[in-house]
Design a protein around this ligand. Structure first.
Ligand SMILES: [Zn+2]
Length: 180
């Protein structure tokens, strides 16, 4: 039996829901986008299925219809994705999830370099959580430092290496702040 089912979501369109109770840290599903056909942003803009697009690095996107593609964003997510590479991710429970609960991710948690520094996406958020940011921007570096620190360990290794100094600075600033 699958861990999750696709159903209509109060957040947006169809969403993914827990088909059983799951414990914090449990593996929920794998998103392997490495074998899918790749598109450029220009090709995607004219594609009617662009809503199901996902970034796979090097300026390329795929259109994904696997279960993982139905996970909606929440500013207070109950899941996180740990990436071996940008196109190969595992989704885990960030907290205990009850059967029937919608499974959500913070889309910004993995949003680094998606448009090769030329900008980022912005979507209106209707997640309804207490700490809803209202607009979700596709740029991890715009999040509060506390959130950047939480999401850092789950980033793909090459992103961690590339932004090592940035995250070291985030860590240093937070330490200074806490020790004041
Ligand atoms: Zn929100």
């Amino acid at each position: 039996m699958d861990n999750v089912v696709v159903k209509e979501s109060p957040i947006h369109g169809l969403g993914l829901f827990a088909a059983r109770n799951m414990r914090k840290g449990e593996h929920i599903l794998r998103k392997d986008l490495t074998k899918l056909r790749k598109y450029t942003l220009e090709e995607l803009n004219t594609n009617p299925d662009g809503d199901h697009s996902d970034y796979v690095g090097h300026g390329k996107y795929v259109i994904d219809y696997s279960l993982g593609a139905y996970i909606n964003h929440s500013c207070d997510p109950n899941c996180y994705q740990k990436s071996k590479s940008i196109a190969f991710r595992d989704i885990y429970a960030l907290s205990n999830i009850e059967k029937g609960e919608e499974v959500t991710l913070d889309y910004t948690s993995t949003a680094v370099d998606q448009f090769a520094g030329k900008g980022f996406w912005v979507i209106e958020c209707k997640c309804g959580s207490k700490n809803c940011r209202g607009k979700v921007t596709g740029d991890l570096f715009q999040l509060p430092r506390e959130l950047q620190r939480i999401y850092y360990p789950y980033l793909p290794p090459y992103i961690k290496r590339k932004y090592r100094l940035h995250f070291a600075e985030v860590e240093r600033q937070l330490r200074n702040y806490l020790s004041r």
